[in-house]
Ligand binder design. Structure first.
Ligand code: GLC
Length: 795
């Protein structure tokens, strides 16, 4: 079933049926103040941290109408009928209640019409501010005057800490109280002088407050919920909260003549009373909210402006130009923290996740990427490994590491992982390619635990050294605490083929930097390292597949002889990405992937799931249901590597097929199957073999956004910038006649047209730059002009 459509012109997804198969959400705000909002206005807000800075409550694991949200109730005072400006929580029959939710870039607007009353509510967080705005315009579409009450309502937390608020009620229930002060429902906390400031407010800026309520139980009434609150049925009673739960509910009574409108601007945040008053006063007339909203829209237009594609596939365009890019920004901004599926308890950045996520925005905003790369380099230890968790309070140069007990105690991460620092190589390569900023390699940055700055080039050398210092008996890198697969858990002493391929790629990248620096001695070392890892990889090859790992007990994972999990996706795709071995082998293993792992929804992580075999105790993935999460699901992040690998092989049809299988927009017409938002990626999809094959989970904040972006942009579209210029080498479906791109590259706008007269899948036969045939595959930076016209002919 279809619940909505993509409006690319306005960069919106418009939900037209509110009863979506799961809450379909949007992210508002910045790291200062974030808000998650669903198409039915549910969700939560937080200051800085999803786990420790909660402002309003959300009930996890509940469908929309059971979860508090940012509700605005409308009541017809003539007949006492009431509804909400979002379909839920009141959920009037959809035949009578017409609604559209426009999720846009940094704002969400819900437009509803019921019994001739239209409400249009826009939610946003003004840039740089630490509160949110709900601007609701109520219009009488009918031809008789209507007496209405309009009530804005939110559910404050009692404690900023999610855990304390939800489960430590013996304490958190007894901390706050509410009061109405002018037009503000103000929630205060006894421990104002304590660790976290816990003052929150909900106010109405531009209309008269006729009644209010600050106590949740009085607002809802006994044995009722947000779908039928007593406070709406009877009118708000002015109760305040003391030793219970708070709401902020503010009611205004109005009369609307035919065609008349009235706007209500509500403000919500965690601020002192003084700040709340100042903030509220600013919104007395509508101008500021409108300006701020415009500002958010233009900022997003600018952020997404660096690449615009026009291919024959509308879904592809919607994703690359708008939603995949937005998803990448959100994952980049929020790391893998707060969503409707995770409370954001991880108070820091995962090393691998963050370095991977940077890749998704490099082509859009290299300056922002550079800042984060610097930060992540400053979180590499002097040994060369990444800190598994980089605390939000990261103090570069002075941090403790997994070698010290206090780090382990504080973060819960007991040891280094083998892959973390190796992600730096493709990320830095992409950054240098996008910008030409090779000088970055000479920039000096400290290590996490050593306050003497060393060059980025030395940081990379250290990462190689760390990997080479941790090799096992089969001449492969040790998996250590984990490699990319957090729940492989093959035991201390296990060796990872996946990381071996990461190392091959890293060696290739650093060799080029070493050659440019005439670092000949080091080049010899790199050559030795390559031979060492090749020896391991060659034994890990079984004729049609690379195995996945050697367990600590020496047993192979992902071997022909394995009873379960005998064929794995990642080692095969990474053999191509790292350009290892001969082309015939690369093709053979990738054909194996197609035959053995592909499903209509993407390729499985491996097959068959773990469950019955002798499994070493720590193998977390065997814990999951079959074809779920790391236990043989379609783990979506890996699909980006799959797309990239096929594109690098020049097999455009396959690359595109895999892209379509995983692309959320492809499921727009049958959204009930996938259940997640058709405009964002999820972490995994249940594979065939599950009774719910095709259903996806863990929305929004996932490495999938960046890997699929890279697979599409670098792989399918073939934008492969190098330090000294641009290579455009597309791998497209043979059926495409071609496509166009507008790309901002190093400050110049390039207009690129790819023509495919012979319906090839790849292979550039001619390049024209500003009308003249260009003699090489790499277009030198110095030859590129602003507004350059580039024509690429496949054939
Ligand atoms: C999750 C984690 C990521 C890990 C992956 C596979 O996405 O965030 O770090 O690589 O699972 O286990």
């Amino acid at each position: 079933m279809k619940y909505g459509y993509f409006d690319d012109k306005n960069k919106e997804y418009v939900v037209t049926s509110p009863n979506t198969p799961s809450p379909w959400v949007n992210y508002l705000g910045t790291p200062l103040y974030g808000a998650i909002i669903s198409n039915n206005a549910t969700g939560y807000s937080f200051k800085e941290s999803g786990a420790k800075g909660r402002v309003i409550r959300h009930k996890f694991n509940s469908m929309s109408n059971d979860a508090p949200g940012r509700y605005i109730y409308i009541k017809d005072l003539a007949d006492n009928d009431y509804w909400s400006s979002s379909w839920a929580p009141v959920c009037k029959p959809t035949e009578q209640f017409k609604s559209e939710c426009h999720h846009g870039m940094g704002y969400t607007t819900i437009v509803s019409v019921y019994k001739n009353i239209k409400t249009e509510t826009t939610y946003f967080v003004p840039t740089g501010e630490t509160y949110e705005v709900w601007k609701c315009t109520v219009t009488n579409l009918g031809d008789t005057a209507r007496d209405l009450s309009v009530t804005g309502c939110c559910s404050f937390v009692n404690h900023s800490s999610f855990i304390d608020d939800q489960v430590d009620l013996q304490c958190s229930l007894f901390l706050t109280s509410t009061a109405l002060i002018e037009n503000i429902v103000y929630q205060t906390h006894r421990l104002e002088r304590g660790v976290a400031p816990m003052e929150r407010f909900f106010s109405l800026a531009d209309a008269k407050v006729d009644a209010f309520c600050g106590d949740r139980d009085s607002f809802l009434g006994l044995y009722r919920g947000y779908q039928n609150p007593e406070g709406i049925e009877k009118g708000l009673g002015g109760q305040t909260n003391f030793n219970g739960n708070s709401v902020g509910a503010i009611q205004s009574n109005i009369t609307l003549k035919p065609q008349e409108s009235k706007t209500f601007t509500y403000l919500l945040g965690q601020e002192s009373l003084k700040n709340a008053k100042t903030i509220t006063a600013k919104y007395k007339d509508g101008a500021l909210a409108n300006e701020q909203l415009q500002d958010i829209k233009s900022q997003w237009n600018e952020k997404l402006d660096s690449l615009e594609v026009e291919t024959p596939d509308k879904n592809f365009n919607s994703m690359i130009n708008v939603w995949n890019a937005y998803n990448c920004y959100m994952t980049f901004t929020w790391s893998r923290a707060a969503s409707l599926i995770y409370c954001g308890l991880r108070n820091g950045y995962g090393y691998r996740d963050t370095v991977q996520d940077i890749q998704g925005i490099i082509h859009l905003n290299p300056a922002l990427a550079k800042e984060k790369i610097r930060f992540m380099l400053s979180a590499q230890t002097a040994k060369g490994a990444g800190l598994p968790l980089v605390k939000f309070t990261h103090n570069a140069g002075f941090e403790n590491t997994p070698d010290e007990d206090d780090y382990i105690k504080e973060t819960g991460h007991p040891a280094y992982r083998s892959d973390d620092a190796l992600w730096l190589f493709p990320t830095i390569k992409k950054y240098i390619g996008e910008t030409g900023d090779t000088a970055f390699l000479d920039e000096k940055i400290v290590y996490a635990n050593q306050n003497t700055p060393v060059t980025v080039y030395d940081h990379l050398k250290k990462a190689i050294e760390f990997t080479l210092n941790n090799f096992g008996d089969h001449s492969l890198p040790l998996q250590l605490h984990a490699d990319w697969n957090d729940s492989l858990g093959a035991g201390a002493g296990a060796e990872s083929v996946f990381v071996a391929f990461q190392l091959v790629l890293a060696l290739d990248i650093i060799s080029k930097y070493a050659a440019a620096k005439n670092d000949t001695e080091y080049l010899k070392e790199l050559d030795k390292a390559y031979k060492k890892v090749s020896a391991g990889l060659n034994t890990a090859f079984e004729g049609d597949r690379y195995i996945r790992a050697y367990r600590a007990d020496g047993k192979k994972l992902g071997s022909k002889d394995s009873v379960e999990a005998s064929f794995w996706l990642n080692p095969q795709t990474w053999s191509v990405i790292s350009n290892y071995g001969d082309e015939q082998t690369r093709i053979k293993v990738m054909d194996g992937v197609f035959e053995k792992l592909n499903t209509p929804y993407g390729a499985k992580l491996f097959d068959i799931p773990y469950g019955k075999e002798d499994i070493p105790g720590k193998m977390g993935m065997s814990y999951y249901n079959d074809y779920t999460k790391e236990n043989a699901s379609i783990f979506c992040q890996t699909q980006g590597w799959l797309i990239l690998a096929e594109a690098l092989l020049g097999r455009g049809d396959r690359a595109y097929k895999y892209w379509k299988e995983i692309n959320p927009a492809e499921y727009n017409e049958r959204a009930e199957l996938r259940t997640l938002e058709p405009y964002v990626f999820g972490q995994f999809t249940e594979a065939t073999g599950s009774p719910f094959a095709g259903r996806s989970h863990v929305h929004w904040l996932t490495g999938t956004a960046s890997t699929v972006m890279v697979g599409a942009v670098e792989g399918i579209l073939g934008l492969r910038p190098e330090a000294d210029g641009l290579v455009i080498n597309p791998s497209i479906p043979g059926e495409w006649d071609g496509f166009k791109m507008k790309k901002i590259f190093r400050g110049k706008t390039l207009f690129i047209e790819v023509k495919n007269p012979e319906h090839k899948q790849s292979g550039v036969s001619k390049i024209f730059l500003n009308g003249k045939q260009y003699p090489a595959a790499l277009i030198q930076d110095s030859d590129l002009t602003d507004n350059a016209q580039i024509e690429i002919i496949l054939g």
